[in-house]
Write a protein of this length. Sequence first.
Length: 206
Amino acid sequence: MKLLKKGAEADIYLTKWNNSNAILKIRKSKEYRNSVLDSKIRKQRTIRESQILSEVKSFGISSPLVYYVNLKKSEIIMQEIPGIPVHDLTESKIVKKSMEIGKLVGIMHQNGIMHGDLTTSNFILYKNKIYVIDFGLSQKTNKPEDHAVDLRLIKEILNSAHAKIMESSWNNFLLGYKSIVGNSQLSKITNLVSSIESRGRYAAVI
Ligand SMILES: Nc1ncnc2c1ncn2[C@@H]1O[C@H](COP(=O)(O)OP(=O)(O)O)[C@@H](O)[C@H]1O
Ligand SMILES: [Mg+2]
């Protein structure tokens, strides 16, 4: 088995499932966490991830198929999406794809799912389609405040990892998001994003 990525939370291996390439995601234990709490968290995130990976398909989001789940080992085996993470695309492509990412996030929110870790590495472009991955921190929620937390994070990621294209990609993201949730919901959520940001600034000053 080939180790593809060593993440902060999980290790990702390339493996086989019925002769197809597959991804094995194993959540590792964290030494600093109490061991009972640690296994609870890993199990919970494994359950959450495998459930939501499947659930989002019902409203048209593309995501890897879940092949196998082992809760004791905090393992998921899923379809490999052999594309390119949006994070690694050229800047002009990221700008272009931001509108579709905004739409996908709008669709998730409209269906009561907060992703919880909206980074450009968690979207994979494959055969001109964008797949969404990494649902371990997702939540079922219709609360505008929770949806605003999602937008705040992706905005922050665009700002830090893709600073040169921040404005155009953020604008495109918002256009896509608006096309799904509508004007008044967009204003509600972006106002909440602004208030999270101003609290952040205030906290940084004192
Ligand atoms: N199903 C998949 N197909 C292809 N690549 C994947 C898949 N799942 C994960 N990866 C790759 O591994 C990286 C880390 O996986 P991810 O599920 O996002 O874990 P983490 O919680 O560590 O961010 C992704 O950014 C992607 O590059
Ligand atoms: Mg990830």
